[in-house]
Write a protein that binds this ligand. Sequence first.
Ligand SMILES: [Zn+2]
Length: 323
Amino acid sequence: MGTYAGVDLGATHIRAIIGDESGTPISSYKTETPRGPNGIAVTEAVLDALREACAAADVEPTDVVAAGIGSFGPLDLAEGIVENPANLPDTIDRIPLTGPVEKLLGTSKVYLHNDANAGAIGERFYADRNPDDMIYLTISSGVGAGVVVDGNVLSGWDGNAGEVGHLTIDPHGFMTCGCGHDGHWEAYCSGENIPRYATRLHREDPVETALPLDTEGFSAADVFEYAGEDDFASHVLEQVCHWNAIGVANMVHSYAPLVIYVGGAVAMNNPEQVLDPIRDRLDDMVMSNIPDIQLTNLGDDVGVRGALASALTDGTGDPAKGV
Ligand SMILES: [Zn+2]
């Protein structure tokens, strides 16, 4: 029986799993992502996670037939590396992934994806109807998507297809995005930016509110908690939902998906508050077929399960290409 590996390299954790030919996990291992001293330390931690997962499954690394890797970006797919990640300290400039993993496992079948694409591959592979046209949308510390059209996972020449968090949704550019440009979706709706947006809105119109705007730990969770009871918090959430619906409607018109799976901490922690308003608004915004909007089936494991699914399907998530 063949064994396959998936790795999820996230800003806080590295997850590795070993699975069988059906994509059922046999073992898993989770460790913290090193914050330094350099990129090689992160590479070593990825290799260690794979070794640990193999040991727990009682297989040798060289028994692994193929592996998928889902990672934060930016990626250089041709080189098989992460280059200057924004969410780790500056001393981490270059994280080699594909080459060292190929060497450890003794196979050239190693597939590298950005984390949103890995999510799309996982949702596609493990979904009941394995849709050929679908999107995995993540709303977490950032906003991004993995897009499958006509059975192909879109990557773009440089691997940056699906960077929907940087769609311009507000032509007035009220908020500036972490990328430096104004009016991008992520600048209003990511977990990092919802509290910034609330603070900014309040500065424009300093109404009475119970939201702890000036407290150090003020977070997106506060906005979701107070919405419905506090008028200003409700207004902030209403605006966030408005921008989310615009972003989703733009994706629907661009890609014609049958289903959009939504993951990421902001959506998973507040599924009704995030998803219902998007569903409610699409009717008024979309001229074509309206897709199902569903919460991810795979929870926190969507990245690592997607990486395993990639290993099983030559990087596609298409079960027809499975082993
Ligand atoms: Zn941006």
